[in-house]
Ligand binder design. Structure first.
Ligand code: SAM
Ligand code: SF4
Length: 333
């Protein structure tokens, strides 16, 4: 029925969609995909912009008020700005946020601001250009930094996301925290997850959320916990006198599943009700088979009625592959 809200079988309301608009990317972050890249989805298998606009219109009518555009790298998909403008006109979608690697984003920032994009999450794992290169396998630090400056200049709320990796960028943690001294940004340290498309992951995560916090406390003894926004995946902190804040996201340890309010839609239209599941149904196929809006709504309600309670249960219920067999570029983070 139109107007029916999306709740899962654990009583959690779903009001947030993460939409991965492409699996293509111009970086090769080693924690996300192998050096040779991944086998990209053929174009005709990607959800079209028209299909995504229809879906978001429908989901906005079911109580989704927050959307994150992610990928792959969203801005390598052609005509992305037209699509974003279309999304910005959907009634009820109050917040449209974007996650980007920032390599080609700087010139687009004024237009993003004018269409009301609320927050941009900029992925930046190192402030040292050499280390940036080692991690992303591309020489693009300068362009990403330009995006960082453009976002601040245009007053777009900016979160900097850094995946913490043993032996790769732990020397960047403190310089990244120092960004929050000078700039009103939120720097968030993310535990590395298995989704690297390479098929392997360590059995023990050396730099988990506890170790990251210990490291911060050792350098900033007066760092203070601040209240986390509702449904936040990050635990947030502030250092007295600093302009910004610091967050830690226990993405691998999964400490936040109990309040999860989000679903994911992959570039080829697979619905994921948990990051760690292997997909619940393909929305694209159902739309292309001619489903009505009512049928689509029913399918979403049914899928949410059978949702794993947390990421551990979702991972256990997978029927193909481990999370490490998937690249995060095919999910969106
Ligand atoms: N290309 C864009 C970017 O990098 O911001 C958007 C897509 S990317 C898959 C979304 C987020 O997922 C990024 O912040 C990235 O750092 C994060 N990510 C990718 N692989 C990850 C992994 N194995 N563990 C933790 N975070 C990961
Ligand atoms: Fe590309 Fe983002 Fe994956 Fe890096 S994390 S390879 S930028 S999709």
């Amino acid at each position: 029925m139109p107007g029916e809200k999306l709740y899962d079988n654990h009583g959690r309301q779903i009001n947030y969609v993460r939409l991965a608009v492409t699996d293509r990317c111009n970086l090769r972050c080693f924690y996300c995909m192998p050096e040779e890249g991944i086998k990209y989805v053929p174009r005709e298998e990607l959800l079209t912009y028209e299909e995504m606009l229809r879906l978001m219109q429908l989901l906005a009518g079911m109580g989704i008020d927050k959307l994150r555009i992610t990928g792959g790298e969203p801005f390598v998909r052609r005509d992305m700005m037209d699509f974003l403008r279309g999304l910005s006109r959907i009634e009820g979608l109050n917040r449209i946020n974007i996650t980007t690697n920032g390599t080609v984003t700087a010139p687009l920032v004024p237009e993003l601001k004018s269409m009301g994009i609320h927050t941009v999450n900029l992925s930046l794992d190192a402030l040292d250009p050499q280390r940036f290169f080692q991690i992303t396998r591309r020489d693009a630090f300068a362009q990403v930094w330009e995006t960082f400056e453009a976002l601040l200049e245009h007053g777009i709320h900016t979160k900097v996301n850094a995946v913490v990796m043993a032996g790769k960028n732990t020397d960047d943690i403190i310089p990244m925290v120092e960004l929050t001294r000078r700039y009103p940004v939120s720097v968030r340290f993310i535990e590395e997850m298995p989704f690297n498309g390479a098929g392997n992951h360590y059995s023990v995560l050396e730099w988990n959320h506890l170790r990251i916090l210990e490291h911060l406390k050792a350098h900033y003894p007066d760092i203070a916990k601040i209240p986390d926004p509702p449904f936040s995946t990050s635990h947030n902190y502030h250092i007295p006198g600093f302009q910004g804040t610091v967050g830690i996201i226990a993405a691998y340890s999964r400490t936040f599943c109990g309040t999860c309010n989000r679903i994911r839609i992959t570039p080829k239209g697979m619905l994921k009700t948990c990051l760690y599941d292997d997909g619940v149904f393909n929305i694209r196929d159902i739309m292309r088979a001619g489903a009505s809006d009512d049928q689509l709504r029913d399918t979403f309600l049914q899928a949410l009625g059978n949702r794993a309670k947390d990421g551990w249960e979702a991972e256990k219920k997978r029927t193909f592959g481990t999370p490490a067999s998937e690249s995060m570029a095919t999910i969106g983070g």
